[in-house]
Design a protein. Structure first.
Length: 397
């Protein structure tokens, strides 16, 4: 059974302006004092953020319990502080320069990147999927590169920035392009090639350490996992779990095809970096509203048709992982409700900031009880191996 872990970043916002509020330290102090949540609660780059770096799971149902439990708990503490907690890729509005969590590493990144940090006010969803070894990880990396544009479109949830509709569904993806390594990684020959090439980046262009390798998919330097990083933070836990299910099914599929290494190399060779780079920005712009790049067809196609094709391709793996029914329902729901970006844009267009605030507050604990009804002491603790979550560590993307 393929193991996986999930990192969700949340941002605290002023209820009137929806600008970031530096409540991360207060909520972190409270949660880290509890036995049940200490190991999975982390500070993040921004002082307005907190992160849930989950336990390691084998079943989506167990992940659902943990993710919704954490969301309910954070929402309850946010309500006590009189702020909104949101799971979105960018805040709807923000300050000229963010407050940074007080660690030497983060301050070093600020000194190195300077004005880039002014717009680095983003929150992401990162999915870790277990792999046998780094050689297998490179096979997966090569195989999944062509699917990053579709995954980016599905996960788009950052249409608003500095009080304006950007016209893009994932403005976070656009903002991240300013970093030295971002977007689609290149193809690699093997693990030795991967390790040699990332080591050469150290000290160049703001790469202060390997944690600042910002590609949309990369090998973890701390865990035996491949890490998918293309996703904006998701409005609700169900959307997060759908993306996680697709990621681990892609890993299983990539390693299960005949001649996996050669097949992955061919897939990467047919999709050069410049094509995927353009396709990623196309997805960042339009999300699932129009067309996305389909690596099977080799051209732009209607987005939901491309997703249906991916689901058919992954149906055997999703079935083996007991995720097929959930994924099928998620695809149907996405066709009706739209992505997080579409929902945010609709709420903002209809009712301005008040309508958007209602969406953010309701969605963060969707399918659970409302934050106002939660007693933090009653929230269920995570299930799974919490020991690994503690070594994931915080990133800046």
């Amino acid at each position: 059974m393929a193991t996986f872990g999930i990192e969700e970043e949340f941002q605290f916002l002023d209820p009137e302006t929806l600008r970031p509020v530096d409540a991360g330290a207060t909520v972190f102090e409270t949660l880290s004092a509890t036995t049940d949540w200490r190991e999975v609660t982390h500070r993040e780059f921004l002082a307005s953020q907190i992160e849930h770096a989950s336990a390691v799971f084998e079943q989506i149902d167990d992940a659902h319990v943990a993710l919704t439990g954490f969301r309910r708990l954070v929402a309850a503490h946010a309500a006590e502080l009189g702020v909104v907690v949101a799971s979105i890729g960018t805040p709807p509005d923000t300050t000229a320069f963010p407050s940074i969590t007080d660690t030497e590493r983060y301050h070093r990144i600020v000194r190195t990147m300077d004005a880039v940090i002014a717009d680095h006010q983003v929150s992401g969803l990162h999915v870790h999927v277990g792999i046998p070894n780094r050689e297998a990880g490179v096979i997966v990396l090569n195989a999944v590169r062509p699917w990053l544009p579709l995954l980016t479109a599905i996960a788009s949830n950052s249409p608003l920035w500095r009080g304006q509709d950007t016209g893009h569904d994932s403005w976070r993806t656009v903002l991240l392009r300013r970093w030295t390594t971002s977007g689609c990684p290149p193809a690699f020959v093997d693990a030795a090639d991967y390790d040699r090439r990332i080591a050469r980046l150290l000290g160049i262009g703001g790469t202060v350490d390997l944690g600042v390798i910002m590609w949309d998919v990369r090998l973890s330097e701390h865990l035996p996992t491949i890490e998918f990083r293309m996703a904006d933070a998701q409005l609700d836990a169900r959307s997060t779990l759908f993306i996680a299910a697709l990621c681990r099914a892609l890993v299983a599929h990539s390693l299960g095809v005949p001649g996996a290494q050669s097949a992955a190399a061919r897939a990467s060779a047919e999709m050069p970096s410049e094509l995927l780079s353009a396709a990623l920005l196309h997805s960042a712009h339009y999300g699932m509203r129009q067309e996305v790049f389909d690596p099977i067809i080799g051209a732009l196609v209607p987005a939901h048709a491309c997703l249906a094709r991916l689901l058919r391709m992954l149906a055997p793996e999703l079935g083996q992982l007991a995720d097929l029914e959930m994924a099928t329902e998620a695809v149907a729901r996405l066709a009706v409700d739209g992505t997080g970006a579409q929902q945010q844009r609709a709420a903002f267009s209809r009712s301005g900031l008040p309508g958007l605030r209602r969406l953010l507050s309701a969605s963060v604990t969707a399918a659970t009880v409302t934050a106002a009804a939660v007693n933090p002491a009653t929230v269920s603790p995570p299930r799974g191996d919490a020991k690994v979550a503690a070594v994931v560590g915080s990133t800046v993307g």
